[in-house]
Design a protein around this ligand. Structure first.
Ligand SMILES: [Zn+2]
Length: 84
């Protein structure tokens, strides 16, 4: 007997993208119906965005002087993606 492992997609992975989107949407709608979904207001959204940006590490590109999140280094300095 061969011990063949057949890789099989299960659950959400065996569905088409449209199906997954449809099902995900149902979850969101249900959460809002139950009143457990998070309701964003502009103040919270601003706060979340600020936090998200604060966690990024910026560097200055050695070539163009622009700000970059790139970790690429060349000639002892950080180089942005455009200047690589
Ligand atoms: Zn640059």
């Amino acid at each position: 007997m061969t011990n063949q492992i057949i890789k099989q997609r299960r659950g959400l992975a065996c569905m088409s993208q449209e199906d997954r989107i449809r099902i995900s949407r149902l979850g969101g709608i249900a959460a809002h119906k139950d009143g457990v979904a998070h309701e964003w207001n502009s103040e919270q959204a601003k706060d979340a965005a600020t936090k998200s940006w604060a966690n990024r590490t910026w560097a200055t590109c050695n070539v163009c002087g622009g700000r970059t999140m790139s970790k690429q280094r060349r000639n002892g300095g950080v180089v942005c993606r455009k200047c690589l």
